[in-house]
Design a protein. Sequence first.
Length: 312
Amino acid sequence: MTDLARSTGAASAAFVAVDWGTSSFRSWLMSAAGEAIAESRGGEGILHCIGSGFAPVLRDHLARLGAPDGMPVLICGMAGARQGWREAPYLKTPTRLEALHEGTIRIDAPGDIRILPGIAQARADRPDVMRGEETQLLGVTEPDFTGLVCIPGTHSKWIRIEQGHVIEFSTHMTGELFSVISQHSILAHAVETDGPSAADNEPFREGLAAALAAPSGLTALLFRLRAAQLLGFEQRADGAARLSGLLIGTEIADVLHRHGARPLRLIGAGQLGRLYEAALKAQGFDVIVADAEEASRLGLAKAAIDIWGAQF
């Protein structure tokens, strides 16, 4: 476990914010004004905790943060999933982002520990769910925000918001498909997964353009990636970038079909966030970028202040 603390002392601390994912844990000691005082993070996501327990992991990080005994804790993410610490039932679309705090559930443990809900699109024709992303949305949108938000990741989310209400959203398994295809298909011979991350280069842009021109032809485009290398037209070193372009381009083509190019908020991080930013701008989207981790922290702070503000 690693501590990345920037502590100024716990005297002004009011609550602890936790983003608990499938494979990661991040926590912040927060002031009543929603400012981070110290942070602690590690690899104890819910997959780790299913066998070893959730409470010991939280206690360890609270100690690392120097959080006083009994300090309120607000958690978002997969800790509230069915296989997590305790299931926090989904809010159903359409729903106000500012209503997230009303759906928190309390953990049966000493102190006041709560988990935020996810959001479900309970439609037989387009069922979908999110857990963790709703907190990021709360963090980077205003109460009357109207627009489109993209959150790239293993399962990328596209969310339409009107006047602060999540109206509809869709999930694209783009990141997971990249992993599966590049490691467990014939394209494992065409993609260097242990090499540099895919970059915004010519192979990426060519893959993007090919997918946008013929999104229904993705399966054929994927095989051409391998064939081009066998016939000497391309190098294996370019495989990751071209595969990223093909998959991200197919995702963007679907969004363009349903929404058209329009202003949007991109909640991203690292190289993946930069790839999406470049791809979206190339297709005419007016992009405002927000950092994914900061979005989670800000969303947790907004919800915590709604829950405990009068007590701080």
